[in-house]
Design a protein around this ligand. Sequence first.
Ligand code: GZL
Length: 321
Amino acid sequence: MLKKIATGVSVLLLATLTACGSGGSSAKDGDSGELTMGFAQVGAESGWRTANTKSIQQSAKTAGIELKFSDAQQKQENQIKAIRSYIQQKVDVIAFSPVVETGWDAVLLEAKRARIPVILTDRAVDSDDDTLYETFLGSDFVEEGEKAGEWLVQNTEGPVNVVELQGTTGAAPAIDRKKGFEEKIAARPDIKIKASQSGDFTRSGGKQVMEALLRSHPDVDVVYAHNDDMGLGAIEAIKAAGKKPGKDIKIITVDAVKDGMQALADGEINYIVECNPLLGDQLMELAKKVVDGEKVPKRVVTEETTFTPEQAKKALPDRQY
Ligand code: GZL
């Protein structure tokens, strides 16, 4: 599958983006001056998404790129509609973060036939046709899940009951963060995922699911939430149940947005794996190269780190998002 090919292809770290030669089939040569980009965003479901949108809009302005932007409210059909409208408007390049991995081949083929190059940002598509997009710029979600699992393996002893708050069903970060986490905790058979349910990457979703899981699994020791927002919702549910988040029930999340980092600094979250939303500058650089017919790497991986409570206290004052 393309997602697998993308990870097998020469992966380039974000900071070392280079131009390598001939462009994609639909690229025009040497006229990225007056560039128009159509961007189909997932929605505004989380603090991460808000930061990601801000980064894209600011970077387009700085790069002198005209940006047509749409918010799909986390619905694939809205993203497909937006992409079709960008094709009709004959934009120079289309970029989007696929809300789920599958169901994109048809509309991406329409873009290809219209000779409009497509760039994936943030999330991957799962397709057998690797000519449907020029490059995928974003994090390695399996690695993020591995970092979360590794922390749990190293920082607990004896039987550990985990409940998992999954991201949007079918979304690449949800699938891969689960995969990476499970691969790592396999080293400790006494760490068991007792329940795993989607909170759709939202704070309200995380709270609702956690309320139910506290009733069905009162013996829960650890929450693994696929993003900070669901972790913050879980904190509300844990407090309402009279327990101390970060102490009675440990919490591991992914993203490292400001609200999550504050909860980490306050000891209500125990560990956060960073997922960097500031993709705007690299996206605009890639778009110019693609429109100018320059070859770009099939996969550009975002560099990111992890945070303990102490590290969060130090990082918070300068945090951009
Ligand atoms: C990850 C991104 C995820 C974030 C969530 O790259 O797709 O979507 O982790 C966001 O906060 O909703």
